[in-house]
Design a protein around this ligand. Structure first.
Ligand code: FAD
Length: 565
């Protein structure tokens, strides 16, 4: 009878144990979990803190006893594995009472997850300073909120968890300031997309301190005093450090298992470590990104679950299932918006020096004539030479999830714009338009690839020299009166054919409308009438205004995508 040992009993570990049992009824399976709980919903923790999930027990997918009984697995909570002896195929376990004992294994699976990053700065251990990773952290934050009734919370780091917590703190009536060292929230998406979220966060009353980093935290009598690197001090009642995670790979390192360049455990395509009897999955591993082929941590629950199923098969049947890698398909709710992304962003493509272009469209989530349509912003990144799709980002009130998933499927298959154009989307007016945003993004990309549309990006528009460029705004005079790009002449689309004499014959023409559609029609008209060097602003004025807005200005001057209609 084979003996399988799993270290870590949450997303990856518990899923692997259940699969192991399903395919090998007679093996001995032991899970060691250093925390008090297994198989809980860490993705739900922010919503329990915010009261959206009112009952704590709902966080627990299975309790240890029920899991043990259902799957005939020996679950040992509050027991930490402190050493792996690869030669003897044993592990050393420390109980809560600090006594140690050994267990022997035939196959070992490491699913120890990741640890929140805590910077080596003054004040990180003060009462009221938290990280959020597990149930214990959650209970501590919840109890602090219940007992101390904080009025203000400061979140350091504006990733997905930081923003989810911002919303949940606000739900509890707690004022929120977010400190983020880069110039944008949500580093997984591009600045222009994040700019819509900046406005939305400000609209919700969240104070955004971008380009700011944490220097230290001190305890005042009643408050915490947070010093920023620019010398400013913010008084707060609670600090949440949400600066990302590092793989929990010390156990593997001490056992001389091969680590990768980012200190995650290196695994082969069968999710096997440098020791053939030891496997690893989840946040603790690093694995090549399918597009860049460079090692990365995706730190997401979906891939951890997929790897768990696959690794169980390899443990029982030998190395036969290959892991294809994750492209980082993710989604988060940020107040009224969903922010979703897949594949690579412009930033990462530039870093990897991968040639690419992008389109950004802002169609409705469903037919405009059907009530309550809202605007969806979709950015698609692709290689115009071989047409491969490289990434996508969506911000929407509704409909981001299904669209990002369908683009992700094409990216994972190394699909092209042609293939995206060929995909089918279910349509009826309450759900979509006959030309779904996904199809539309592929059509616009195809226009660029085939040379039908010369694209112009907001940064190029920002740096346009009026000596060399004529900027033409083809929106209506009313739209123009609400705001326009400096130096633009207003020639509404429907008047363009009759006002061609106003169009320069020697300068480049930068044409724009609200979101890009009328600009494209205008550029067609101009080209058909013999004008050369006509470029259409991708994403239109809406994207340009959002991306160039000074955050200190009144957020209301920029219309959010969902307010365009
Ligand atoms: P974990 O689920 O973290 O499990 C690792 C376990 O190993 C821990 O319980 C730990 O106590 C235990 N352990 C570690 N060392 C030892 C040891 N030596 N001995 C015994 N036990 C040990 N992902 C998404 O895709 N979508 C989301 O919406 C999302 N939201 C999230 C929200 C929060 C607040 C957090 C913290 C994470 C979120 N994630 C989300 C990420 C997702 O939860 C992780 O990617 C996933 O849990 C990784 O699974 P894992 O098995 O690798 O690690």
């Amino acid at each position: 009878m084979a003996k399988y040992i799993i270290i870590g009993g949450v997303a990856g570990g518990a899923t692997a144990a259940a699969r192991l049992r399903r395919i090998d009824e007679h093996s001995q399976i032991i899970i060691f979990e250093k925390g008090a709980y297994i198989s809980y919903a860490n993705c739900g923790l922010p919503y329990y803190i915010g009261g959206v999930i009112p009952e704590r027990r709902k966080l627990f997918v299975q309790n240890a006893q029920a899991f043990a009984q259902r799957f005939n697995v020996d679950v040992r909570c509050e027991e930490e594995v402190i050493q792996i002896d690869r030669e003897r195929q044993t592990i050393l376990i420390r109980r809560l009472n600090q006594t140690n004992y050994e267990e022997q294994y035939d196959k070992l699976l490491i699913s120890t997850g990741a640890k929140p990053i805590i910077p080596p700065l003054e004040g990180m251990n003060l009462e009221g300073v938290f990280t959020l990773r597990d149930v214990q952290d959650t209970d501590q934050i919840k109890s602090f909120i219940d007992n101390r009734k904080p009025k203000h919370a400061l979140i350091v780091g504006a990733g997905f968890i930081g923003l989810e917590m911002a919303e949940n703190f606000c739900n509890l009536g707690i004022e929120v300031t977010i400190v983020e060292q880069s110039n944008q929230v949500l580093n997984a998406i591009d600045y222009s997309m994040a700019s819509f979220i900046h406005t939305h966060l400000q609209d919700q009353g969240v104070q955004l301190e971008l380009n700011s980093s944490l220097h230290s935290i001190k305890k005042d009598r009643e408050h915490l005093e947070v010093s920023l690197s620019d010398g400013r001090i913010i008084q707060t009642d609670l600090v949440l450090l949400s600066l990302g995670v590092r793989p929990n790979s010390k156990l593997a390192k001490d056992a001389n298992l091969q680590l990768g360049v980012k200190s995650g455990i290196q695994v082969n395509e069968y999710l096997q470590t440098s020791d053939p009897n030891i496997y690893a999955i989840g946040d603790v591993i690093e694995y090549p990104h399918p597009i860049t082929n460079k090692p990365w941590h995706n730190n997401l629950a979906g891939p951890a679950n997929r790897q768990a199923r696959l690794v169980a098969d390899n443990i029982v049947f030998g190395e036969r299932e290959k892991y294809e890698g994750s492209i980082g398909t993710a989604i988060a709710k940020v107040f009224d918006y969903s922010v979703a992304c897949t594949g690579l962003s412009t930033k990462s493509l530039e870093k990897e020096k991968l040639y690419h272009k992008s389109v950004t469209i802002q169609p409705n989530n469903h037919a405009g004539y059907y009530p309550n349509a809202t605007t969806l912003v979709l950015k698609l990144l692709f290689n115009p030479k071989n047409e491969q799709i490289l990434g996508a980002q969506i911000i929407a009130k509704e409909g981001a999830d299904k669209r990002i998933d369908s683009i992700a499927q094409i990216i994972k298959q190394r699909g092209t714009i042609q293939e995206l154009m060929q995909t089918e989307q279910a349509y009826a007016p309450p759900f979509s338009s006959a030309k779904d945003p996904v199809a539309l993004s592929a059509y616009v990309a195809n226009n660029i690839i085939t040379g039908k549309m010369k694209e112009l990006y907001w940064k190029e528009m920002l740096h346009a020299s009026l000596e060399k460029v004529q900027i033409i705004d083809v929106r209506t005079p009313k739209e123009f009166s609400f705001g326009y790009i400096q130096g633009a002449v207003n020639i509404p689309l429907d008047e363009l054919r009759n006002r061609l004499e106003e169009v320069s014959t020697d300068k480049k023409k930068y044409v724009y409308c609200a979101v890009g559609m009328r600009g494209y029609l205008a550029s067609n008209i101009l080209e058909a009438n013999g004008f050369e060097d006509v470029y259409n602003l991708v994403g239109g004025y809406s994207l340009y205004a959002s991306a160039t807005r000074d955050l200190k200005e009144d957020a209301k001057i920029v219309k959010l995508p969902c307010q365009i209609n």
